[in-house]
Structures are given as C-alpha cells and as structure tokens.
Write a protein that binds this ligand. Structure first.
Ligand SMILES: Cc1ncc(COP(=O)(O)O)c(C=O)c1O
Length: 445
C-alpha cells in the first residue's frame, strides 16, 4: 500500500461525511484487534470511542469473522421478501434478549432507517400524525430521522417533515427548569403531559427518546424519568419508542439501557453494536400487540439491503460473544472503575464541570467556570461545524500518545470496546488526564 496514493484518492475522489471537504485529514487505518487499531505506519491506538460507538466486541473478533465467512459461503444476499434461516434465527434471538414482549424485528441497514420505520409504524398503528422528540437528541441523518433529531445538526435540513414536537431533556447538570433532583420529583417528565395536552393528546403517535442521550452530551435520565415516561405514554395511548442504537448491546452495562429502569418500550430501535459494526444492519423491534396489528395491515416500507443475511450472521455471532465472553458484565464492572477515575479527574482539573457515565459509556464535560457552569463551547450548530482549537489540541495530544478520542461540542466521550482490559482502560485514562491540562491552561489565560 502506498499511503500517499491512498490519501490522494481519499481527498480527490471520496465525498466525506459531516465535513467541509477541505477539512478532511486522511488518518489511514490498516488493521485492528480488540480494543486497539493501527495506522499505515504501524502506530497503535487505544480505540476510546469504539470508532462510532459501535465496535462493541472489539476489532476483528474471530467468531464474528468466522460467522461472516460461513454465511458468505452459503449465500451473500437474500431479498427481504424471501425467507432465510440466519435472519429468522437472529429475530428469534432478539426476541429472547430484548426486554418484555418485544418480539418481532423489522430488519434495516442502520440506525436512522430503523427510526424512520419506527415513526411510520407508530403513525400507522395509532392513526395519529405527530411525533414528540427531545431537543438534545440525534436519531440519524436520513430525512425523517434528521427531522426528529433535536440537535443543531437538523438545521440545514429544515423544515424537515411536519408534525414533530420537541421537549426538553432530563439534563440534571443543566436543568432547563432550574430545579434540583430529587426534590424536583422529575418535573421534566411531568411537563411532557402539558406538552401533550396543548398539542392534542389524540394527535401524538409516539414519543422517541434515546435511552441515554449519546452524542448530545451523555444525558443519563434520573431514576423515575423513564418510568414516568412509560406511564404518560400508557395514559394517552402514545407509543414509547426507545432509540438504543448507541446504548444497546452491553454498552451501558446491561444488554439494553432501558433495563436500568425496568421499562419496556413499545418499539426499540437498534443498529451499531448489533453486529459490532461488522456490516450494515439495524432493527426496529416491536411489542407483540403492534406485531399483531401488522398481521393484517399492510406495512409500506423496506429497502433492498434490509436484513442482509451476512450482516445477520455477524449479529448472531456478536450477541453470543457479548453473552459468552461476559462483555456486558465487563462493561458494568469497568464502568464503575471508569467513573471512579473520572470523578478524581473532576476534582483535579479546573476545566471539568461534570463527568457522567454508565457502563463503558461516559463523558467529560468542559466548562470555563465550574461555579457558573458556562460551557467551554456553546451547544450551537456553528460550534459543531467549526472545530474548537482547545478540544482539537486535546484530541491531537491523545492521538500522539496513542489514544483515539472523540468529541462533540464541550464533551469528550469515553466508550471503548467492551472487551477492553482494566490495564488498557487505565492507560488511556492516564493519557486523557494529562491531555486535559491543555484545557485547564487555556481557560486560565
Ligand atoms: C442514538 C442514535 N440513533 C440513531 C443514529 C443513526 O444511526 P446510523 O448512522 O446507523 O443511521 C445514531 C448515530 O450515531 C445515534 O447515535
């Protein structure tokens, strides 16, 4: 391989995602194993974001590779309208591991399209036109998924699809209602009733939430929020759609994050970790009653590559790896150590306002002033598009030190593959601890 040629071809011929093309800097990855990947010069990096929070079982897991190989030797593609043993087995397995009576899987090829189909199902099932979503959310970049997204990335896509109503998030560190948990009695959930009443209770088909907010700052709902949301949906006949695209498959220390609060959604959307990102796959999983409704109601939706059998074979293998190699347990146990280390960092660094996390799904939030909580970078589209020099310096330092980090606005995320060892985790955290001195210094001048 000629790295110069690769870089030239990338710059000249690839139209890159989420960037102005001139800003794309080729970082050539040539291989990986477990929690580590390496570049064209053989330099190794701890993957502290599991790429895009999806390589949950680690890079190149041999059991997943073997399953892909075996399936390709049988057949590479079967149309979604035909039956296939592997796809059927994956659907059975998902019914087994998802909570409650979530039983039937509509397979897709990613997270955004899983959410698109969840919306369509909710509208068809209830006969109602509107969807409620939250401001600090990201549900994908297809047109409909972008429309339910609340974060500023939706703006270039506006006005988007009609009938989307937004609510504020259960963000205790930056409470939109200026309240304190637990005295607030989870007021942010109660206010959803008010929104429903003014929007017309018979107009709302579904409420979609990320179980734990992913790219919009790792917002972990306080205990009681998801339970109240479930009650509200039941009271109004609204479907609760939980987006577990990022949080599913062991990421938060349970197989699915909604299990932390004992809540069963009506529709759960999945992708990313479903097959540890080996091939494009997603699923929109529905409860029994919704599945039965569509037994005799036509469902208008499906794409050519939905439920590709090779991607499904990789998913069966990945789920077995999560279960049999105790990766969900590892996520839970190391998650506690991760949070203890982050709490110590928060005490030490003047620039850390808050640390949040569950399992191997954590974040460090930077502020200019700990008391006022003024964010280092405002949560706006402008600051999303322009790289912040301070955060860029931290990420560059980490890269130099062999840690691949990921950030959005004033947040650095920590979400390594669930197979990471304690030693690797602590090694990466030491390097993060050191790199944060750059932020401390920048805010003090
Ligand atoms: C919570 C959530 N939902 C949906 C998506 C979209 O998934 P995809 O990129 O596979 O369409 C993402 C992507 O990051 C996500 O974080």
């Amino acid at each position: 391989m000629d790295p110069l040629k690769v870089a030239q071809n990338e710059k000249k011929y690839v139209f890159h995602t989420w960037t102005a093309q001139k800003d794309f800097k080729p970082f050539i990855i040539t291989g990986g194993e477990g929690a580590v990947f390496w570049d064209d010069k053989g330099k190794r990096y701890l993957d502290f974001s599991s790429q895009l929070f999806n390589v949950n079982a680690g890079h190149q897991h041999p059991r997943i590779l073997e399953a892909i190989k075996e399936e390709t030797e049988k057949i590479c593609y079967v149309a979604p309208g035909m039956a296939n043993e592997t796809r059927a087995e994956l659907a059975r397995l998902l019914a087994e591991i998802t909570p409650g009576d979530l039983t039937r899987s509509f397979f897709t090829c990613g997270g955004g399209v899983s959410n698109e189909n969840a919306m369509k199902m909710a509208k068809a099932y209830t006969g109602r036109p509107k969807i409620i979503s939250r401001w600090r959310s990201f549900h994908g970049a297809t047109y409909g998924a972008m429309s339910i997204t609340g974060d500023p990335r939706r703006l270039p896509n506006e006005p988007g699809i009609p009938g989307i109503v937004r609510i504020w998030d259960p963000f205790c560190y930056r409470c939109f209602f200026d309240k304190k948990y637990p005295e607030c009695n989870v007021f942010c959930a109660d206010q959803i009733r008010e929104v429903i009443e003014v929007e017309g209770p018979k107009e709302i088909a579904g409420i979609i939430v990320e179980a734990i907010t992913g790219s919009n700052c790792r917002i972990i709902p306080p205990d009681g929020y998801m339970q109240k949301l479930r009650e509200i949906c039941d009271d109004y006949g609204i479907l609760l759609i939980v987006d577990e695209v990022m949080t599913g498959f062991g990421r938060t220390g349970k197989m699915f994050a909604c299990e932390h609060w004992g809540v069963v959604p009506d529709i759960m959307t999945l992708a990313k970790g479903i097959n540890s990102a080996a091939l494009p796959l997603g699923a929109t999983v529905v409860r029994e009653e919704i599945a039965r409704y569509f037994d005799d109601h036509f469902f208008p939706g499906g794409l050519t590559q939905f439920g590709n059998p090779v991607a499904c074979a990789a998913a069966i293998a990945a789920i077995k790896v999560y279960q049999e190699e105790r990766m969900v347990e590892n996520s839970r146990a190391l998650g506690l150590k991760l949070m203890a280390a982050l709490e110590k960092m928060k005490e030490k660094h003047t620039s850390i306002g808050d640390v949040r996390g569950l399992g191997l799904f954590a974040a460090i939030e930077f502020v200019i002033n700990k008391k006022t909580r003024e964010p280092l970078i405002p949560w706006t589209v402008e600051h999303y598009e322009k790289k912040n020099p301070i955060i860029s310096a931290v990420l560059n330092q980490l890269k130099e030190d062999g840690v691949s980090g990921y950030s959005r606005w004033n947040i650095i995320f920590i979400a390594p593959p669930l197979c990471i060892t304690e030693e690797q985790l602590m090694e990466g955290l030491d390097k993060i601890d050191k790199a944060i001195l750059l932020v401390d210094k920048a805010i003090s001048t």
